[in-house]
Structure formats: C-alpha cells, structure tokens
Ligand binder design. Structure first.
Ligand code: FMN
Length: 180
C-alpha cells in the first residue's frame, strides 16, 4: 500500500524555531508507512488577494496547493502571536481555502499542535487555527492536541524530551489513522 502522506505547515519562519523543531520531531516519529513533509515556502506566499488568485497564480501558491493536493492529511505546528494565529499561517489558510468549497485539503484530516512561551503553550492560537481551518475545508481532528509551554522543553530540542516525543508520536499515528 502507498505511504500515507502528511503535509506539515509550520507557523514560524524563524531559523531556530521551536515549532520547526517540533515539526522535525513529528517527521522523525512517524510510523512506517507514514511520510511527513514540511512545506518550506510559507514565507514566500504573497498576501492573499482575490485579484491574483486563479490562473497564473504565484509559483509559491502553486507549490502549496500541489503539496496539499498530494497529501492525505495535514499537521499544523504553530506558535501563538499576540494571542492568535501568526500571520504567515493565516495567509496560508486563506490560500488553501480557495477555490471556494474545493480547496486542496478539503475533507482531509488535520491536526494542530505547537509550543509558545506563555504558560498556556499557545492554546488560543491553536484553537483559532482549528476554527479557521474548520471553515477553510479540511476535517479538523479536534481531540489531537498539544499546546506545550516552551518552559517544558528547558531550551532543548523536543526530541530530547521523552514525554513530548511520545505525545507527538501518538498524535501522528492517530492522525494517519484518520485517513480513510
Ligand atoms: C510577535 C510575537 C508575538 C507573540 N505573542 C505571544 C503570545 O500571544 N502568546 C505566547 O505564548 N507567546 C507569544 N510570543 C512568544 C512566542 O511564543 C515565542 O517567541 C515562540 O518561541 C515562537 O515560536 P518559535 O520558537 O517556533 O519561533 C510572541 C512572539 C512574537 C515574536
């Protein structure tokens, strides 16, 4: 059977991003038969504008929609910015929500996790990401959750934290199991 493909979107562009590290852990923790790929061009997407959507859309948008169309599921890994979704991620949601009613992630299972500095680990951003993607087309798997206060990582890569690694492995496995 072909591998289950999971598109991974990271809501931070920072080189030393802890969310990027969490996404790397998810890639490493994937069970056999599950292939996670981090999409690296979120920072290249133009701001969503209906005037530039349609034929002749930017290469980065084409790349995002092609990656999403080829995926069976999606995992979003994001920090919280000012109590909400980082703009780069919200912009990607808007691009993926079109064509209206027929976006490339339509009906595909999607889970949201992440880490942030605050004591609630970015839970507002994660809840709002679920809400927004829930409107944009994917099937949000509400009970696959991780809002990790950065303090728990103690400055280390998340792969060095056994509890976090086990949680991420469990979420990736359960997300893959949601693929029909
Ligand atoms: C513009 C900005 C806004 C932020 N707002 C929040 C916030 O509302 N809640 C929070 O917990 N952390 C907030 N932070 C701190 C981030 O959680 C922290 O920088 C985190 O490490 C970013 O994720 P990254 O390591 O993946 O880049 C903010 C950081 C920035 C740069």
């Amino acid at each position: 059977m072909a591998d289950i493909k999971v598109l991974v979107l990271v809501g931070s562009l920072r080189a030393a991003s802890t969310n990027r590290q969490l996404a790397e852990l998810a890639v490493e923790a994937a069970p056999d038969g599950v292939d996670l790929r981090i999409f690296d061009q979120l920072g290249e997407l133009p701001f969503y504008n209906e005037d530039i959507d349609g034929d002749g859309v930017a290469e980065s948008v084409k790349a995002l929609r092609t990656a999403a169309a080829g995926a069976d599921a999606a995992l979003v890994v994001t920090p919280e910015y000012n109590g909400s979704i980082p703009g780069v991620l919200k912009n990607a949601i808007d691009w993926l929500s079109r064509p209206y009613g027929n976006g490339a992630l339509k009906d595909k299972p999607l889970a949201v996790v992440g880490t942030a500095l605050g004591q609630y680990g970015g839970v507002w951003a994660h809840d709002e990401t679920r809400k927004s993607f829930g409107i944009a087309g994917p099937r949000v798997v509400e009970d696959l959750k991780l809002s990790l206060p950065a303090k728990a990582l103690d400055g280390r890569h998340p792969r060095e934290n056994d509890e976090v690694a086990a949680t991420v492995r469990d979420i990736v496995g359960k997300l893959a199991a949601e693929v029909n």
